[in-house]
Structures are given as C-alpha cells and as structure tokens.
Ligand binder design. Structure first.
Ligand code: ZN
Length: 221
C-alpha cells in the first residue's frame, strides 16, 4: 500500500558537469531541507563496507574493473532510498545515468510513496569550467595547492611556503576539460530530454557558491 508523502517532502536529482560545484550545492541543499545528499559512489561503498549481498557483488565487479549493471545499481539505490532517513526526501547525485535507471527510479518512488524528483541542472559555460580547473597549481617541493584566480601565490608562480616554482599537473588541461564536458553532455543529453518536459530546472552555475545556492532556492519557489 502507498502512503501519501507530506507536501514538504523533497526529492531532488542533481545534474551538472564535472567542475560545476555540484558537491558544494548538494551539501547546502541537504542542510537547508534536512535531507540526505546521496552520491552513487558513497552508496556503493556503503554496501561494500556493510558486507551486504549487494555489496559483495559490487565489490567483485569493482575489483575486476568492470562496470556495475543497471540492475545492480538499481538494487543498491532501492536499498539506500528505503532507509528511514529518506522518508522526508533526499538528494541524489550521479543517479540515474540512463533512461532505464530513470524509469526504475520513477517506479521505486511510487512504491515508497515519495514524490517524483525535481531535476536540478547546474549549468556552467565551458570557458568558466576551463578557468576554474586549469588555474590550479601545485608546489612540487612541499605539496601546497594554489589557484591563480581564487587563491594565488603572493609572488607570481612561487610557493608562499618554500619558494619553489609552481607546476601545473595537467599540460593539456583545456583539452581534458573540453573532452570531459563533451563526454558528460553526450551521456546526459538523453536524461535531460527525458526529464525536461516535467519538473526540470536549469540554474546558471557561474556565480559564487552563495549566488548559485540563492539561484537554486529562487528556482524552487
Ligand atoms: Zn612549497
């Protein structure tokens, strides 16, 4: 039998490219609405750590470097969303990744008496993703981390702590970010099409974390 969820119950899916600040916004939303923020990675590690049957299967697949099937991921999501702390809602990051997973989730939420999700898509232009990611520098001597735009060294390209010359980890950073974004867009385009007719909100993610969070709250009104 289905139970009617209270109007305040919030179920969110968070979408956004690598480097969009999703992790930060997930934490803030979770705190704001007093719901758990659940990432696929954490869910899978949780099952493995707890030594459940699903965890054992997942561990076997992970050790051999394989990909978890839709069916296995769905079962892990079912196990997690059935826990008591999800009764008042939840925020999912990294699931669903495919249309069959999205369809499975819709059915599962119906069974659990939870509302269908609101899809929050944090959008950040490519140029900004490149700037954020490719401005990282590190000190090869002491390991200190800098960011040329948000946390620059006092002297150009010199470590504040030890004076060594700073290095960039990835020589082809721009190319890497470009490829990563293209791969992300290819894989999420069908999901966005799937959800865009319904409860789907796109939020401009180029501001500061505070500005983006406020934009999300406004969009939810
Ligand atoms: Zn240093």
């Amino acid at each position: 039998t289905q139970t009617q969820s209270p109007a305040a119950t919030r179920t969110f899916l968070l979408l956004g490219p690598p480097g969009c600040g999703k992790g930060t916004q997930a934490e803030r939303l979770a705190r704001h609405f007093a719901i758990p923020a659940i990432s696929t990675g954490e869910m899978i590690r949780g099952e493995i750590k707890a030594g459940t049957e699903l965890g054992k299967i997942a561990a076997g697949v992970t050790i051999t470097g394989g990909l978890l099937s839709d069916d296995l991921v769905n079962q892990i999501v079912r196990s997690r969303l059935s826990k008591d702390d999800c009764r008042g809602g939840f925020l999912l990051d990294g699931y669903p990744r495919t249309i069959p997973q999205a369809e499975y989730l819709a059915g599962l939420l119906g069974e659990l008496g939870l509302p269908q999700p609101l899809v929050l898509h944090i959008d950040v232009p490519l140029d900004l993703l490149i700037e954020r990611t490719c401005n990282r520098r590190y000190c090869p001597q002491c390991g200190a981390i800098y960011n040329l735009s948000t946390h620059p060294p006092k002297q150009p390209n010199r470590c504040d702590a030890c004076g060594a010359e700073l290095k960039q980890r990835d020589d082809d950073c721009e190319e890497t970010v470009r490829n990563r974004l293209a791969a992300y867009e290819r894989s999420t385009a069908p999901l966005i099409r799937h959800y865009s007719g319904g409860r789907y909100v796109r939020v401009e993610g180029s501001g500061s974390p505070d500005e983006v969070f406020q934009a999300i709250l406004r969009a939810l009104d």
